[in-house]
Design a binder for this molecule. Structure first.
Ligand code: PLP
Length: 390
């Protein structure tokens, strides 16, 4: 008889996004007349900017003639995009193309990167956390220790006293919506250096950072290039949630041969991100593109602030939303996050994300996204305001 991967079967789907999606889908089917507003999903509401679209159209045209056709490329990405990343995002750092990997999404890489390390490596991550790290790790038969992130600690995990080999950090953070300051990150870098640990740093929301004491890249912290792998995505900044393109840096200073072994793994597991997406991502570094991207991000952050101010005005305690498009709203009544999720859905027809999806420590919170359209957010606020004042 075929035996399935028991670690995947063990994932508790009751507390996963897929369960929330199923409840919403069932509710929609039973109530087709209801106007459901989503403040839950982390998808974007802006189209892809014109210079990037034009670059992708040109890339499509390249494929029409065999002289400019692009077939299988380098598994780690095209040089043109690696150069654009190095010249723009890592200006002032001394990374080389061999340390840059282009990929088709941080979701995949954030857990598949574990294939680089011994199966018995000790892994730790925060609770609450972006659930993909833990489920990805479980699927690869890894064990994890969770570091509780309490409200009183500002939801930043405390540096542990015991030794771990791999540490997951996510900043700006999904779900909590906060970003780690230079000092907070420095204490983790010091920990990693002392304990010969590797930090997997998910920096997918780097474009949303506005605070001066928050580094855009972990490599701004001295010593980080000896211990940290930084992952970034074009999903939110470029509206590439459907196009798919991302990248990560594995500094060779981490240890001799690290890029050699990872290249062997990658060439056997991945045929590279697609040419069209990589041409689009390259075009995002043009001056005209950067101005348009900043405008879109400013708009998302304005929406997020509007939501934060709104919930605060209703006497909710609200976290995040300054360097991130997410707010983390504390539940006022004695309700679990799934109960409040259902109440919002059934009584207000608004979708929010129950904090329990991100871990046990999230159960007194809901996550709300400012990535929706301004008019949709305003409509949701009107409904909530009306309901609360009834
Ligand atoms: N990392 C975090 C923290 C996220 O919230 C998300 C998406 O919501 C991702 C990674 C996924 O990024 P990508 O679209 O590049 O796979």
């Amino acid at each position: 008889m075929i035996k399935f991967n028991q670690n995947i079967l063990n994932i508790n789907i009751e507390n996963e996004f897929m369960n929330a999606s199923k409840i919403v889908k069932d509710f929609k089917e039973k109530n087709p007349e209801k106007d459901i507003i989503s403040l839950g999903i982390g998808d974007v509401s802006k189209p892809i900017i014109k210079p990037v679209i034009d670059a992708m159209k040109n890339a499509v045209s390249d494929l029409e003639n065999i002289e400019s056709f692009h077939g299988y490329g380098d598994s780690s990405g095209y040089s043109f995009l690696k150069q654009a990343i190095l010249k723009n995002d890592y200006k002032g750092f001394s990374f080389s193309e061999d340390e840059v990997y282009i990929s088709n999404g941080t979701k995949t890489d954030s857990s598949s990167i574990l294939e680089l390390f011994d199966i018995n490596s000790k892994i730790c991550m925060a609770n609450p956390i972006y659930p993909i790290y833990k489920n990805g790790a479980y699927s690869l038969s890894r064990n994890i220790t969770f570091l509780p992130c309490k409200e009183e600690d500002g939801f930043v995990p405390k540096v542990p006293t015991e030794k771990y080999d791999i540490v997951y950090l996510c900043s700006p953070n999904n779900p909590v919506g906060i970003a780690y300051t230079k000092d907070q990150l420095k204490s983790w870098i010091d920990y990693a250096i002392q304990n010969e640990a590797i930090i997997i740093y998910d920096n997918a929301y780097y474009a949303f950072i506005t605070s001066n004491d928050v580094p855009k890249s972990i490599y701004e912290i001295p010593g980080a290039d000896k211990v940290a792998i930084e992952m970034r995505s074009f999903s939110k900044s470029l509206s590439f949630t459907g196009v798919r393109c991302s990248y990560y840096i594995i500094p060779s200073k981490i240890c001799d041969g690290i890029n050699g072994i990872w290249k062997i793994r990658t060439i056997n597991r991945f045929n590279g991100a697609d040419y069209i997406a990589q041409r689009g991502a390259e075009a995002s570094y043009r001056e005209e593109s950067q101005a348009l991207i900043k405008k879109n991000i400013a708009c998302y952050l304005k929406n997020t602030k509007m939501l934060k101010d709104f919930f605060t005005s209703l006497n909710y305690t609200v976290y995040g939303g300054v360097d991130s498009p997410f707010i983390w709203v504390k539940i006022k009544d004695n309700m679990t996050s799934w109960e409040l999720f259902r109440k919002f859905l059934e009584e207000l027809n608004i979708v929010v994300i129950p904090g329990r999806i991100f871990g046990t420590e999230g159960d007194s919170f809901i996550r709300i996204s400012g990535l929706a359209k301004e008019e949709v957010i305003k409509k949701a606020m009107e409904r909530i305001d009306h309901y609360e004042k009834e």
